[in-house]
Design a protein around this ligand. Structure first.
Ligand SMILES: NC(=O)c1ccc[n+]([C@@H]2O[C@H](COP(=O)([O-])OP(=O)(O)OC[C@H]3O[C@@H](n4cnc5c(N)ncnc54)[C@H](OP(=O)(O)O)[C@@H]3O)[C@@H](O)[C@H]2O)c1
Length: 292
């Protein structure tokens, strides 16, 4: 049952990511390539770095702060650059012996796009796939020729997975590398769907790393699990969402299931909601809310 939604594609819900088309479609990453991945501790960057390393590339990952640097280094990146502090174009030239990288995967957009063109080798490829800092403004195509006959693409996942067979190929490849243990998907923060605003604020303030998940409260799923498993699954799924508990108790009430084991379950749910109350006062508060 799919009940997780990636915040980065809020509302769409998806099982495959852009990493496969970035590394195989826009530019085919192979052994011997040196590539640069922006925001390597972020959702896409964290997965793409590991996958690119598996494909045989030397991976340079950028991060916005020192405390994020360790993460990509331990997951695929041969080098990390603090791009808000260091002169990343010079650093890249230093790492590549003056040549520049074969491809830049840029998800940050406006704040850094132009400078990242300077990291490419002649005829290198700029894959501008995101805009975490804002969209890249229109610019003079002559810049691409002046900087070494560069290639530029602005791709989207939708175009690369529009055909059913492409979608399946993307999903299959991703699941394969995950199953092999080559790519680790780390869900580092989860939020109840009701707190999507907080999730967005955390992302905007660059507090998040790796994957971020929203968890919708699905009454049927929660309550069925409650009954089947005999434990308050709501507290596991949505520890901060009071509504999840209330929905569960409502469901039990509606079906007159407050007997035996289920009775105990209902009281455990009430105790989660009002930890300091005894059974009867918790129950009374609940009834008050229902009638109000
Ligand atoms: N084209 C496609 O098919 C496709 C598919 C998926 C995602 N995307 C796009 O790719 C971008 C990254 O997605 P993601 O899921 O990896 O996002 P994410 O997990 O939120 O990571 C984004 C990272 O970008 C960096 N960043 C730089 N400037 C920022 C700013 N002003 N505000 C917030 N973060 C900023 C931060 O890392 P540091 O602190 O390390 O700088 C942040 O952690 C997004 O723009 C998304 O829309 C495109």
């Amino acid at each position: 049952m799919q009940f997780h939604i990636c915040v980065r594609d809020l509302g769409k819900g998806r099982k495959e990511g852009p990493e496969r088309y970035l590394l195989h479609g826009c530019y085919k990453v192979s052994k011997g390539d040196t590539i640069l991945i922006q925001a390597a501790a972020g959702g896409v960057g964290f997965i793409a770095s590991q996958w690119a390393k598996f494909l045989g590339a030397t991976v340079i990952g950028t991060v916005g702060s020192g405390k994020k640097a360790e993460l990509p280094r331990a997951h695929g990146c041969d080098h990390t650059i603090l791009y808000r502090k260091e002169d990343f174009a010079s650093k890249v030239k230093e790492i590549t012996g003056g040549r520049g990288v074969d491809v830049v995967y840029d998800s940050v957009g406006q704040a850094t796009f132009m400078k990242f063109l300077d990291c490419l080798r002649p005829m290198g490829m700029m894959v501008s796939f995101g805009q975490s800092s804002g969209t890249v403004p229109p610019f003079d195509l002559g810049i691409l020729s002046a900087k070494g006959s560069l290639f530029l693409t602005r791709p989207t996942l939708m175009a690369y997975t529009a055909k059913r067979e492409d979608l399946l190929a993307h999903a299959t490849d991703l699941f394969e590398v995950v199953a092999k243990g080559v790519v680790k998907i780390e869900i580092h923060q989860t939020y109840p769907l009701a707190e999507a605003g907080r999730a967005h604020r955390d992302m905007e303030s660059r507090k998040t790393t790796r994957s971020t998940i929203l968890i919708p409260v699905d009454q049927t799923m929660l309550t069925l699990r409650c009954v089947e498993g005999g434990h308050p699954i709501a507290s596991l799924l949505c520890p901060e969402d009071r509504n999840a508990y209330i929905l569960c108790i409502n469901w039990l009430f509606q079906r007159r299931l407050l007997l035996g084991k289920l009775n105990r379950l209902a009281f455990r749910l009430l105790a989660c909601l009002w930890p300091n109350s005894d059974r009867s006062s918790g129950f009374a508060t609940y009834l008050q809310i229902r009638s109000g």
